[in-house]
Write a protein that binds this ligand. Structure first.
Ligand SMILES: Nc1ncnc2c1ncn2[C@@H]1O[C@H](COP(=O)(O)OP(=O)(O)O)[C@@H](O)[C@H]1O
Ligand SMILES: [Mg+2]
Length: 255
């Protein structure tokens, strides 16, 4: 199994009003191809900062992140943008979509912007539509972003994150703004994409979401306090036991 991302002694310090805030303190971990890793931990512990720093959305203060063989700290902003566009996918709790574009046009935007594919506009549209079909939202293609439900919009965000066939998806509380049913649907799709080979790192505070992942990292005050390897589940019927195990582990961690 090859390693997709390696994080070594990662530190991130924010300076606000001349005051230093050491948010990440020597974080170390790596993720193999095909893993689906959840990051949990108290509010303010640095989960979002970790996600943004390891995905190059934000610069690290010290340490190194190696993604797909390249050291991120050595890359220029342009090189970093290119990697984010072509090799990474992003899903957020707040669903950022362009208001003046239809759902389909939002989904295909990263492919239109990418110089790495040699697809025609028609082929890109075809690809967008087939992803929408796979996520069960093909009928919303021409809708405005305010003409779909929260669950549909989040599934559209997943389509957009997948349009350039990323090696890895980074998701910050992807189900945080959804009700239980929509959250379950979105997770079902993320698990499918993961089983099809997309490596994932996702932040969540939901035990049900984390129970579907293959490993959980628990972060407290900018450090990884513990990790639990759970592996892939085979049947839905295993989930309840996995949730129970995870909950008791989280209690031990001080959740
Ligand atoms: N852009 C920023 N500028 C300054 N401080 C920030 C910034 N982003 C996060 N922080 C600080 O970093 C700490 C961790 O935040 P965050 O990573 O969002 O935590 P979590 O996602 O676990 O709730 C908080 O103290 C927060 O105020
Ligand atoms: Mg956060």
């Amino acid at each position: 199994m090859s390693t997709v991302i390696t994080v070594k002694d990662l530190c991130k310090t924010y300076v606000v009003n001349k005051k230093q805030n050491n948010v990440l303190k020597n974080v170390n971990f790596s993720i193999d191809e095909g893993e689906m890793v959840a990051v949990m931990g108290p509010s303010g512990s640095g989960k979002s900062t970790l996600l943004y720093t390891v995905s190059g959305m934000d610069r690290m203060t010290a340490g190194e992140v190696t993604f797909n063989g390249r050291a991120l700290s050595k890359l220029s902003d342009d090189e970093m943008s290119e990697i984010r566009l072509n090799e990474m996918g992003f899903i957020f709790q707040q669903m950022y979509m362009m208001k003046n574009l239809s759902i389909l046009d939002n989904i295909i935007l990263p492919a239109v912007k990418s110089k790495k594919n040699d697809l025609s506009r028609g082929e890109i549209v075809e690809k967008g539509r087939s992803l929408m079909k796979r996520l069960g939202i093909e009928e919303t293609a021409d809708n405005d972003i305010n003409e779909v439900s929260g669950g549909q919009l989040q599934r559209a965000c997943i389509c957009r994150s997948m349009i350039n066939n990323p090696k890895m998806i980074f998701a910050d509380e992807p189900t945080g703004a959804l009700n239980r049913t929509s959250s379950d649907e979105v997770m079902t799709e993320l698990v499918k994409l993961n089983r099809d080979g997309t490596t994932m790192l996702l932040v969540t505070h939901d035990v049900k979401v984390a129970a579907k992942c293959t490993r959980v990292l628990y972060i407290v005050d900018g450090n990884i306090r513990g990790e639990k390897k759970t592996g892939a589940y085979e049947k839905e019927s295993e989930l309840r036991d996995r949730e129970r195990d995870l909950s008791s582990w989280l209690m031990e961690m001080g959740w």
